[in-house]
Design a protein around this ligand. Sequence first.
Ligand code: CAA
Length: 293
Amino acid sequence: MEIKKIAVLGAGQMGNGIAHVCAQAGYEVKMRDIEQRFLDKGMATIKKNLERGLKKGKTTEEEIEATLGRIDGVLDLEEAVKEADLVIEAIPEVVQLKLDTWKEVDGLAPPHAILASNTSSISITQMAAVTNRPEKFIGMHFFNPVPVMRLVEIIKGQATADETVEVIRRVSERLGKQTVLVNEAPGFAVNRLLVPAINEAIFAVQEGVATVEDMDLAIKLGLNWPMGPLTLADFVGLDTLLYISDYFVDEFKDSKYRAPALLRKMVRAGWLGRKAGRGFYDYSGDEPKPMRF
Ligand code: CAA
């Protein structure tokens, strides 16, 4: 089966990154969101990120125009998916919203289309079960920033066919990504490790072991991480981290995954990280300023 047309649901942080790499690889892309302002913001981000390569001579104005020309922003779900060979969903991590969307998409997309979710934690099997094509349902987990990060985790649900895995492996490779195949389990491979690691850094700050900036510096220089864990927490979004931690506790029934009280308090205060202008750092000035707890 050859994939030519891709529908990306959601023009947010992950959705616009996925649309960007798909269009750059030559696919015809429909990027769908529920309001024009989200589409406009997504398209502006794609343009800005594509232009990063201009000054360095890694891309040309013509290539950027061609890539942007392959992305069609749409509001109507039917228009987005009716001719798609592959639908990649990157909408908010709300179980009922995902289930309702997939039920609708299943009725609108052509029967041959593969349905892939970019969820970072929700069960692929549960989403597949609301469609009439669970063998064509799969997890395709990208990492932020999508144009830079080289991994796609491919997640096989209970009913996913081997052929579906192979098609998604080929598409991911065409996007310039390497893949790992993961059988469905909460957090798959990466977040199973990442989320407890970030939480441990937050526990350490909460207990006064080190300041925010020293904890970050320790891990950045001591383990060669590109960003310290608290900077990364702000980058991923504290609401997302809390959601995944709570989901882990529910699914594994193991308190070792519990979220630190400080993380929960910050989310309740609306300090969600970079996107909210405040998290473990304050982003209102020229340089991020570490918070004191
Ligand atoms: N889009 C396109 N290109 C981008 C970009 C973006 N959003 N952000 C950075 N880049 C490019 C830059 O243009 C630059 O390109 P060149 O190498 O060609 O010069 C390169 O990436 C490096 O960027 P910078 O020099 O500006 O900055 P940096 O070296 O500090 O790198 C970073 C920035 C890539 C974000 C790096 O800090 C990093 O890798 N951080 C960790 C990110 C990470 O762990 N992501 C996973 C989060 S977990 C997740 O996503 C899954 C989940 O379910 C929670």
